[in-house]
Design a protein around this ligand. Structure first.
Ligand code: M6R
Length: 607
């Protein structure tokens, strides 16, 4: 959730650290900070509450020198948002640290250290790390021994970096469950929470594994296992495409990413189309035939993608699918005897809830597949197979192009699985393939509704609450629509299965409540319309989001947003687009922070 960076090189490092933090700001933006070691090996610290621009402003007024330094952008867990709780944390003038994760046993450690007269200046769990290093150095441990001593005393999830006055040429790093990448550049080495933070500096990336520690100097990276033995980790070349992050003339990353969906889907499809123009998942037919039941684990928007995919897999491949909210899954000791395969769905590939659920599934001996937008992410690296989406970096906290790309890949997976298992013919698979190929064009056509949605969003912005309704594959899109609206505009919103309204939620309806109703020409269309009518006669203001072929059947909607009529299978992908646009524009008119909504972080790396 927090983002960490580090640099050790030849020139002043603070601009490099600042740019790294800018590229990581989507991970957390409560506060930020940088510490360097200057020529005289004194710490030069600068921290600021709020967005990174505040830190930037401070640094412009008073630049800090030093060729080695670490930086942090914070998403508060322990300790309120304040300058004293911002990272980096120092232990006197000896050690500075930055940390992402949660040190679960920090209270006991703090009590012990306070008894030894270590002075704490923050309320965070992270500060103990700085003092633990000082304690370790004081008894004569070298940096490698010290970091292992620190790791042996802490419990929880972490990626941390430390610099020390006594060892002014190295950054000491370690990870457990939280991501950490090391970039190997020409004139220096760098660290970052992900490759995106480093891609403008180098394409050569080394990912640490859990329990690894490393000593990073200007020209060398030494990695160690938890027992102190040296280990080599692969150096990966990351794509050049990661190096450029800009809004390309759009007001927000989210707006840009909504518009990038035709390309994101097309690139994801292309990667799954063989030279024979047939769809493929990269998983052998033999493996697919062994798949008798699927567990899908994910969080947030990615979880809603799994709920749509359940319809596809069950309808086409005729095998059971169980969708689980990752943060709940493994804690209930689930029985998985009817399942053979786990698919972890995660845009970032770093959501720790999903990672933990994946590890549990692997323990249960399920075959593991990662569906992720970051092919070198932890979840991808820990899975046996990877189904990549090729949406490109998604910077807006609210997921858009990653979601529709996930859906596209999941639909292809369902088709390939169904054909491999003999549930659909080659001809049927080709027919669906043809529908899928039309998706980028259909999404591009759907994007033209922006103007039409503007007046609707202007009215919606004054609502205090809203309801999204859908049935069948559109129920998960209703959930996603409600999530988009609440996270972006802070309007309380809930998604319901339309047929479930009469079992309770209908009591919420009055003439102030907007009901955003999703409608496609599926087998439940008439029942769905009846459910809407039930809401309408009770005064609800109906905003209909529907396929062209069904709009005429609803003559009681207050507003209508029309999308092209498509095959049932791809309708949920297309209907995801207007709910994104509605949420985006509502937030825009309300004046909330679209790309970095309050309290949220893009990559959720704490449980
Ligand atoms: O990176 P992931 O797909 O694992 O992230 C899961 C959720 O945190 C994420 O989908 C979140 O719900 C979205 N940012 C909401 O738009």
């Amino acid at each position: 959730m927090c983002g960490i960076v580090g640099a050790v090189g030849q020139g002043p490092c603070y601009p490099t650290l600042l740019e790294g933090l800018r590229r990581l700001e989507y991970r957390g933006y409560d506060s930020s900070g940088i510490v360097t070691l200057d020529q005289k090996t004194n710490f030069r610290l600068c921290r600021s509450v709020g967005k990174l621009k505040n830190l930037d402003r401070k640094l412009k007024l008073r630049p800090i020198e030093g060729k080695i330094g670490i930086g942090h952008t914070r998403w508060a867990t322990h300790g309120e948002v304040s300058e004293k709780n911002s990272h980096p944390h120092l232990s006197g003038d000896k050690v500075g640290i930055v940390h992402n994760g949660i040190i679960e046993n920090y209270k006991a450690i703090r009590e012990r250290l306070e008894k030894k007269n270590f002075l704490f200046s923050s309320d965070t769990d992270s500060e103990v790390l700085a003092h633990l290093f000082v304690e370790a150095f004081a008894i004569g441990l070298n940096p490698g021994q010290a970091v292992r001593s620190v790791m042996s005393q802490i419990q929880g999830t972490y990626a941390f970096a430390a610099i020390s006055k006594d060892f002014p040429d190295i950054i000491i790093v370690a990870r457990n469950a939280s991501p950490l990448a090391i970039g190997v550049g020409e004139g220096g080495c760098y660290i970052g929470s992900d490759a995106l933070a480093l891609a403008h500096l180098t394409r050569k990336i080394i990912y640490l594994k859990d329990q690894d520690s490393a000593i990073v100097s200007q020209s060398r990276v030494e990695i160690f296992l938890s027992d102190g033995s040296p280990v080599q980790r692969d150096e990966i070349q990351v794509s050049a495409g990661l190096s450029k992050i800009d809004k390309a003339g759009f007001r927000h990353f989210m707006e840009k990413e909504i518009h990038e969906q035709p390309d994101a889907i097309a690139n994801s499809l292309l990667a799954m189309t063989g030279s024979d123009y047939r769809l493929s998942t990269g998983i052998s037919k033999e493996e697919l035939r062994k798949t008798d039941g699927i567990l899908m684990i994910a969080a947030g928007t990615s979880y809603y993608a799994s709920l749509v995919a359940r319809f596809w897999v069950e309808r086409l491949a005729k095998i059971p699918v169980s969708c689980e909210v990752a943060s709940e899954y493994h804690y209930r000791n689930p029985v998985a005897s009817h399942l053979t395969t786990a698919i972890a769905i995660s845009q970032s590939g770093e959501s720790v809830d999903t990672l933990m659920a994946l590890r549990h599934a692997a323990k249960l001996k399920l075959k593991t597949i990662a569906l992720t937008n970051v092919k070198d992410s932890t979840i991808a690296r820990e899975s046996e197979f990877v189904l990549p989406t090729h949406a490109g970096p998604e910077i807006g906290v609210a997921s858009t192009k990653a979601f529709t790309s996930q859906l596209s890949v999941l639909l292809i997976f369902s088709v390939v699985l169904a054909e491999a298992r003999g549930q659909i013919s080659k001809e049927k698979a080709d027919e669906i393939h043809h529908q899928i190929q039309c998706l980028p064009g259909l999404v591009a056509q759907t994007l033209k509704i922006f103007e039409r949605v503007k007046p609707i969003a202007k009215r919606l912005k004054s609502a205090t609450s809203a309801i999204y309704l859908g049935r069948d594959t559109l129920f998960p899109i209703a959930l996603e629509g409600a999530l988009k609206l609440k996270e972006l505009s802070y309007i309380h919103s809930e998604g319901f299965a339309s047929g479930e309204m009469k079992h309770g939620p209908i009591a919420l309806i009055d003439d102030k409540l907007p009901v955003i109703a999703l409608l496609a020409s599926n087998s439940l269309v008439n029942k769905s319309i009846s459910n809407l009518k039930e809401a309408s006669v009770r005064g609800a203001r109906i905003i209909l989001v529907a396929e062209k072929s069904v709009v005429d059947q609803v003559d009681f909607a207050d507003d209508t947003i029309i999308v092209p009529s498509v095959d049932n299978l791809i309708a949920p992908i297309l209907l995801a687009v207007p709910v994104q646009i509605l949420a985006y524009l509502t937030a825009l008119y309300k004046g909330t922070d679209v790309d970095q909504p309050r309290n949220l972080a893009k990559s959720v790396t704490v449980e």
